[in-house]
Design a protein around this ligand. Structure first.
Ligand code: PMV
Length: 354
């Protein structure tokens, strides 16, 4: 039954970025107002499959005859299947010059052939309010929207979703993330699937109910997560005794903040102290940026709350937890300066939700 509309939120890391790479816990949360929407509808022609990913300017259509060479196999939800990858490769030739288009089309085709290879005449339209490449999990929110719609078309899930079905969505979205990123941690798709906020460690995840007002600032300064993670690794190897303690301190901050969120999520000032300490530790391993420091200075100047980088750092985004008794005029001044003087994007949103 068409149309089908699915949607999934973006994410921010509240505590624990970089330390998570070394097995420390992290807390990530959904940003429910920044999200991806997927509409599956009838294509113009019953013998084609259409893609319309407007935000990355990708429109494409395949004739279903093009698909006749793809073997029917049962790929697992655990790892990428090289036979399937090889067989969809010829369908990707027209995307080779644009890496983003290539990744998006690869992800679509992989999930499509894994879940509903026989359906024709479908159009997949994606729209997102998330900036792409900002570390806010835009690709994971696409993967969750896509795996939900495809699993529904394959009659493997139905509303209301139970625990096992949510896990299935998350597992397939993780496979989609692997198509896009090679070796992702799984944080982004887990938050996009379950929403709310999630304490993640290497073995498990635990959902923590939160709803916190924040400002999310996107500096638009490009950064490479891979490069930043590798820089931290270098520092970890050359100053092991010091850096390992910094990273385990970040892990302690995450655990303390979890206790705080469970006990009294309205204690913004205590949470803010942990945000400040975490930011200073991140700065000490050199993943901040002069512009991130500038945003922190302005936060303190206007006394509106507590700011730290979120995600890999080196540019990207900051989150500002707003104080409870904050003066609206000060928040507006802060936002104005960031937008007008620095050309940053500022989103007023909440952490938590679905
Ligand atoms: O760049 P983002 O927002 O996807 O965050 C990366 C988080 C790191 O801890 C730096 C890396 C990771 O895989 O956990």
């Amino acid at each position: 039954p068409l149309p089908i509309l699915t949607s999934a939120p973006g994410k921010v890391i509240l505590f624990g970025e970089h330390a998570a790479v070394y097995g420390e816990p992290a807390i990530a949360a959904a940003v429910s107002s920044l999200r991806t929407y997927l509409l599956v509808s009838n294509a113009n022609d019953p013998n084609i499959i259409q893609l319309d990913f407007l935000d990355i300017k990708l429109t494409h259509q395949w004739e279903c005859n093009d698909f006749s060479t793809i073997p029917t196999i049962q790929p697992s939800t655990k790892e990428l299947d090289s036979t399937l990858l090889k067989s969809i490769d010829p369908l990707l030739s027209s995307f080779k010059s644009n890496p983003l288009h290539h990744q998006a089309a690869l992800t679509f085709l992989y999930l499509f052939f894994s879940l509903i290879p026989n359906l024709k005449g479908l159009k997949f339209s994606v729209r997102s309010t998330l900036p792409v490449g900002a570390g806010l999990g835009s690709s994971a929110s696409i993967c969750v929207s896509l795996s939900t719609a495809l699993l529904h078309l394959a009659k493997l899930i139905s509303i209301p979703l139970n625990k096992a079905q949510l896990k299935l969505i998350n597992d397939w979205a993780f496979i989609g993330e692997k198509c896009m990123h090679g070796n992702p941690s799984g944080i982004d798709n887990t938050v996009a699937t379950y929403g709310n906020s999630i304490l993640l460690n290497s073995q498990s995840h635990e959902i923590i109910d939160i709803d916190l007002p924040i400002l999310l600032t996107y500096t638009k300064i490009p950064r490479s997560t891979k490069q930043l993670v590798s820089n931290v690794r270098h520092m970890y190897n050359s100053h092991h005794a010091i850096v390992s303690k910094i990273l385990s301190s970040i892990g302690h901050i995450t655990l303390e903040s979890k206790d705080l969120l469970l006990a009294d999520a309205s204690d913004i000032d205590s949470l803010g102290e942990l945000i400040n300490i975490n930011q200073h530790l991140l700065q000490s391993i050199n993943v901040s940026h002069p512009m991130i420091e500038k945003i922190i200075k302005l936060t303190n100047q206007f006394q509106i709350g507590y700011t730290k980088l979120t995600g890999a750092g080196g540019g990207g985004c900051t989150l500002t937890l707003l104080k409870k008794d904050v003066d609206r005029k000060d928040v507006d001044r802060f936002i104005n300066i960031l937008k007008k003087d620095y050309n940053f994007d500022v989103f007023e949103t909440n952490l938590g939700g679905f």
